[in-house]
Design a protein around this ligand. Structure first.
Ligand code: NAI
Ligand code: MG
Length: 362
């Protein structure tokens, strides 16, 4: 088998970010050996720890150093002592924007063996799941929208006020909507787009209109707009009804944590920051943060990082390898390996071992 080589930039970051990246690379190496893939890793110490020592999350030429890699695998950044907006805007957002990773994609599944806090949320389809089970993807706009820097704080005392502008461009809405509809076509052909055009009267009606224009090119997809508040309630009450959920930057952010919680734990949830053109590297990261409350104890759930690595394999064109990793995750959970966040006692190392043992063993 000819070997395909990939150069991966690793940014473990802070806290449990450093504990979940080694499991992810161990899994990549193992599945890579079976599929003729060789990964070389370059590790960057960009983090709040670096910020404390050197005054910046990453060096000034940081983005230049990782722009030629095939992909970026990130653990988590954030630590007490460095304000969260500093860690986010000092590292994650520059990477997402500079590399035009305008899609943030977060799949959510309930797995056999994992108890959702909602008793009616069950696995879907595969391996004994049910038709109405939970298997959905949040597609979040990742480059504009509500997360803009336009605005400021003005005045003093009682007269002080803050102003923050949202930016919605036709290009930005169209490309994320296109991605969402195309993904729905590969899945179960259903899409819900989050809106709030009753309360937000300029940007949201524009969003609705451009999404609707994109829908015309995808007649096979059954879709509708739904106000974010009602949508949030429905995601809790009937999570099995959803396939692709499309949202702006803010709405997608909130819905993806909500959906991850519905599935049982944010410790499992993965995410991909995609540049679908492939011209610049995409970034893969678990949804969870650095979890200072459990960092250093060896109990972090590595599955969010491992599933993120599986999404990286898909993106690099190795879908069989990606599917094998997901299958090994599913089998490990089904066999009863549960970390503390899932109500069990399995350690990070034991969970990693379980997935490694099951790779290709189904
Ligand atoms: P968090 O996700 O770090 O933790 C929330 C809760 O979930 C904690 O009780 C934690 O122990 C638990 N948890 C999270 N991941 C887990 C895992 N893999 N296994 C087991 N338990 C897990 O969110 P929190 O506490 O709000 O944020 C902590 C720091 O992380 C902050 O500085 C925040 O800014 C940062 N953060 C970074 C993100 C990123 O890098 N993309 C995303 C979210 C938060
Ligand atoms: Mg979030």
């Amino acid at each position: 088998m000819p070997t395909t080589r990939h150069r991966i930039a690793l940014i473990p970051g802070d806290g449990i970010g450093q504990e979940v990246i080694p499991p992810a690379t161990a899994i990549l190496d193992a599945v890579g050996r079976r599929h003729g893939l060789a990964f070389t890793y370059e590790t960057f110490d960009w983090s709040c720890e670096r910020h404390a020592a050197e005054g910046a999350m990453m060096p000034p030429d940081g983005l230049m150093r990782i722009r030629a890699h095939d992909a970026i695998l990130l653990g988590a950044v954030g630590w007490p002592g460095v304000p969260d907006h500093v860690s986010l805007w000092g590292l994650l957002i520059p990477i997402r924007r500079e590399f035009e990773q305008y899609v943030n994609m977060r799949p959510i599944s309930v797995f056999d063996g994992v108890r959702s806090p909602l008793k009616d949320a069950l696995p879907r389809g595969v391996d004994g799941g049910v038709d109405g089970g939970v298997d959905l993807v949040i597609v979040r706009e990742n480059s504009e929208g509500e997360y803009s820097t336009i605005g400021g704080r003005f005045g003093h005392g009682e007269g002080e006020f803050a102003l923050q502008e949202s930016v919605f461009t036709r290009t930005g809405i169209r490309r994320i909507a296109e991605f969402g509809f195309a993904l729905a076509e590969e899945r179960r052909c259903r899409l819900v787009a989050a809106t709030k055009s009753n309360g937000i009267v300029h940007t949201m009606p524009f969003w609705d209109q451009v999404v609707d224009e994109c829908a015309a090119a995808h007649p096979d997809v059954t879709w509708h707009l739904e106000h974010i508040d009602a949508l949030a309630a429905k995601m809790v009450l009937q999570p099995g009804d959803f396939d692709v959920v499309l949202g702006s930057n803010l709405f997608g952010d909130i819905l993806s944590d909500l959906a991850a919680a519905v599935a049982g734990s944010i410790g499992i949830a993965p995410s991909a920051n995609l540049n679908p053109s492939g011209e610049r590297p995409s970034m893969f990261e678990p949804v969870h943060g650095s979890a200072p409350d459990i960092a250093g104890q060896g109990v972090a759930n590595p599955l969010g990082a491992i599933w993120s690595a599986s999404m990286m394999l898909d993106h690099l064109g190795h879908r069989d390898a990606g599917a094998e990793v997901l299958q090994a995750i599913r089998a490990s959970l089904r066999d009863g390996y549960l970390t503390r966040d899932l109500g069990g006692t399995t350690s990070t190392a034991q969970m990693t071992r379980a997935v490694l043992d099951r790779l290709g063993a189904h």
